[in-house]
Design a protein around this ligand. Structure first.
Ligand SMILES: C[S@@+](CC[C@H](N)C(=O)[O-])C[C@H]1O[C@@H](n2cnc3c(N)ncnc32)[C@H](O)[C@@H]1O
Length: 290
């Protein structure tokens, strides 16, 4: 499944057959307001053709409050700057597509990078979504570090608190886990039975390596400090404009060890955005000045 298919998708869609019920009123001005608010809040740039997505993703929030007009929902939202509704609004508009060992070539590169390290190892997974990526990193640490894993951890952050709740639970449909090679499934997952039939849970030794925190990459200061041996920032920059990407990249450099690695998504190119990093190859970057 590609990113755009998921974006049109079903975080909060109410449907009759394949048709989205069009009983809520979303004006051009409302759509523009949503785009401005999510940009200010999370840096996410919603393209003009994402109107249908906005309708379907936020419909549940309107229904929750018994509202039929987006205008009323947005006015209510803006009147309560600290309310939890902002969290729900943001969670509704993020796209969480991810997978275990997604862009698989990165994990042997990470293993190679870490295999001879001594001392503490800390990896930051900066768009952890529902957990598949940080757990894949943790599995790689277990495979490569042996007993030195006791000195390693993964800090996994995301803006979306619903995604993080799923990540912390570490429970996934077995069909999703079956795509991994058999040795990994056996070593790193527990199979659900009874009420948990069809589910798989990451084993405690994998979960123990990962610490989840909510973190907005746009926040003026970050709760994570480093220094990191590697930062995974994959498939998130595509939602940001160049200015936001450049600001975030310039803040990654100081929290990364001098020989640290920055992993980007397959369609993300940081070379033209920041001179803080240079491409090492295969969408992996090193610090330009070490
Ligand atoms: C498509 S997922 C990528 C997941 C994973 N990195 C991967 O490549 O499989 C993008 C994630 O970025 C998160 N996100 C969006 N804006 C964010 C922000 N301003 N700060 C932190 N996370 C954000 C979303 O909540 C979502 O979980």
């Amino acid at each position: 499944m590609n990113e755009s298919r998921v974006e049109s998708g079903e975080k909060s869609t109410w449907t009759t057959g394949s048709q989205v019920e069009r009983d809520l009123i979303l004006t051009d001005a409302d759509f523009l307001r949503v785009r401005e608010l999510i940009y200010q809040r999370a840096g996410i740039v919603l393209a003009e053709h994402k109107r249908e997505m906005v309708y379907s993703r936020l419909a549940r929030r309107l229904r929750h409050h018994g509202l039929t007009r987006f205008t009323d929902y947005l006015t209510r939202l803006e009147r309560q700057p600290d309310a939890s509704e902002w969290e729900a609004f943001t969670n509704s508009l993020t796209t969480n597509l991810t997978a275990f060992f997604r862009e698989a070539h990165h994990f042997p590169l990470l293993a190679q990078h870490l295999k001879d390290r001594t001392g503490p190892i800390t990896i930051w997974c900066a768009a952890a979504s529902t957990g598949e990526e940080p757990y894949s990193i943790a599995m790689t640490l277990l495979e490569v570090l042996g007993s030195r894993v006791s000195n390693a951890k993964v800090i996994a952050t995301d803006i979306d608190t619903d995604a993080l709740a799923k990540a912390r639970a570490g429970i996934y449909p077995q069909e999703q886990v079956r795509k991994l090679d058999e040795a990994r499934v056996k070593r790193f997952f527990q199979k659900g039975t009874g009420n948990h039939e069809g589910l798989a849970r990451v084993r405690p030794e994998v979960a123990a390596l990962v610490e989840f925190q909510s973190l907005n990459l746009l926040a003026p200061s970050w709760s994570v400090k480093g220094p990191f041996d590697a930062i995974f920032c994959r498939n998130i920059m595509i939602y940001f404009d160049k200015e936001t990407q450049s600001k975030i990249l310039s803040r990654f450099a100081p929290v990364m060890k001098s020989d640290g690695l920055l992993f980007a998504g397959h369609s993300e190119n940081f070379s033209y955005i920041s001179d803080a990093f240079k491409l090492r190859g295969q969408t992996v970057y090193t610090k330009a000045v070490r």
